[in-house]
Design a protein around this ligand. Structure first.
Ligand SMILES: [Zn+2]
Length: 52
């Protein structure tokens, strides 16, 4: 039962790690919007993700 975790790190250093890709996308989208006034698509976030 080893499930890959996904990690995405913002250019500012903020990072989120979760086993739930939807959660990673949601957290990064909210962060980008609130902190950078930037809208990120799901594909934008997925491009930042790596397995950890
Ligand atoms: Zn950021």
């Amino acid at each position: 039962m080893s499930k890959a975790m996904q990690q995405a790190t913002c250019s500012c250093g903020f990072s989120v790690t979760s086993g739930d890709e939807d959660e990673v996308v949601a957290v990064i989208q909210t962060h980008a919007h609130d902190e950078h006034k930037k809208e990120m698509t799901r594909n934008d976030v997925r491009a930042m993700m790596k397995d950890v």
